[in-house]
Design a protein around this ligand. Structure first.
Ligand code: FAD
Length: 324
């Protein structure tokens, strides 16, 4: 049985339906390493392969559990409960993905633990691990911490830059007593195959988004062209979605996807509070808008006041020339 360091941070890794480690693992382990010793928990998937990849991403110890793949999130909650009582961590980190949020909330409710949702960073003070959040459309930064016990913190995808050093992890199989609690059962899993070769919006490092300023679905192709030159994911404002230029899955903002990329390019987007809510934590924001008073310029690191149909083709040509 592994000795768990006193500063252990238990990290629940998301496993994809095809059994691989989710992309969020690198940042979860990076965040954990910045405040303690990362102890990873993986439920399902090919245990040896997952443990070795988790080690490459900085896990000092990897706990693996088989899990019943016909039950929705209950095996993860049971495994996390078993792991937490074994490891006695200073904090528990999970991805703010649909699965991660679900497991974190069920675990917190069951174990009467504090839940700090959608953090964009973590740190440590004299009393323990603190979660940092960007709220009200990024207008305020707030910190949350538990008054007692280890906090359960879900981490916004794409928000953490820190990466942990690779290690050769100790690997252990976790024995998980089944709680027998209610669970939805999974009848079938069908992986949505995107025809696009572009990165997925959630968790992308670069995003190019278009707004109502594009004027039509056909003209929205310009957003996609710039995204392809930059190797970026494509996003949109709600106005562009409501006008039918692109599907709802592209929507960035309060009622869409939250992104925290290294680069966010906003084309023909005014910068309404609800849009900013989903992208204000981007590291570098570039805006192109013909209205110099558009609120997007208040948060942009670089802004071009001009007609996007003139500026963007020139930008694409310049980027392509640089590549050649
Ligand atoms: P507009 O505000 O119409 O801005 C278009 C911009 O394009 C203008 O600034 C204009 O100057 C510029 N422009 C026009 N032509 C050109 C050109 N040729 N070249 C350069 N610039 C040009 N919005 C979201 O995005 N995401 C959300 O999740 C979201 N959730 C919401 C939830 C609620 C409850 C509510 C009430 C609203 C929500 N909204 C959301 C809507 C939001 O309030 C705005 O209406 C929306 O973001 C506006 O989109 P837009 O910037 O594309 O359009």
């Amino acid at each position: 049985m592994a000795e768990f360091p006193a500063d252990s941070i238990l990290v629940l890794l998301d496993i994809t339906p095809s059994g691989d480690l989710a992309k969020s693992s690198a940042e979860l382990l990076g965040a954990a390493a910045s405040v303690g010793t990362p102890v990873a928990l993986a439920v399902g998937g090919d245990a040896p392969e997952i443990a070795s990849t988790a080690g490459d991403l900085g896990a000092a110890i990897v706990l693996t559990a088989a899990g019943d793949s016909s039950l929705l999130t209950l095996p993860q909650v049971d495994a996390l409960s078993a792991a937490a009582s074994l490891v006695r961590p200073d904090a528990i980190l999970a991805s703010n993905s649909v699965e991660g949020r679900d497991v974190a909330a069920r675990f917190a409710a069951r174990n009467r633990a504090a839940l700090c949702a959608d953090a964009v960073g973590v740190s440590r003070d004299a009393e323990g691990v603190v979660a940092h959040h960007s709220v009200y459309g990024g207008a305020y930064n707030v910190d949350s911490a538990a008054t007692w016990g280890a906090p359960v913190i879900t981490i916004r995808q794409g928000a953490i830059e820190a990466r942990a050093e690779a290690r050769t992890p100790e690997v252990e199989t976790l024995s998980v007593p089944a709680s027998g609690r209610p669970a939805a059962s999974i009848e079938s899993v069908e992986e949505a195959v995107f025809a696009s070769s572009r990165p997925e919006l959630r968790g992308a490092t670069k995003v190019v988004s278009g707004g109502r300023g594009l004027g039509s679905g056909e003209k929205f192709a310009l957003v996609e062209q710039l995204a392809d030159v930059l190797g970026a994911a494509v996003g949109a404002s709600r106005a562009a979605v409501d006008a039918g230029y692109v599907p709802q899955s592209y929507q960035v903002g309060q009622t869409g996807v939250s992104v925290s990329p290294q680069l966010y390019v906003a084309l023909g987007i005014s910068g309404a509070i609800q849009h900013k809510a989903g992208m204000q934590t981007a590291k570098t924001i570039v805006a192109i808008n013909k209205d110099g008073d558009a609120p997007i310029f208040e948060i942009a690191d670089f802004g071009v006041v001009g007609d996007l149909f003139t500026v963007v083709p020139q930008l694409i040509a310049a980027l392509e020339a640089k590549k050649a």
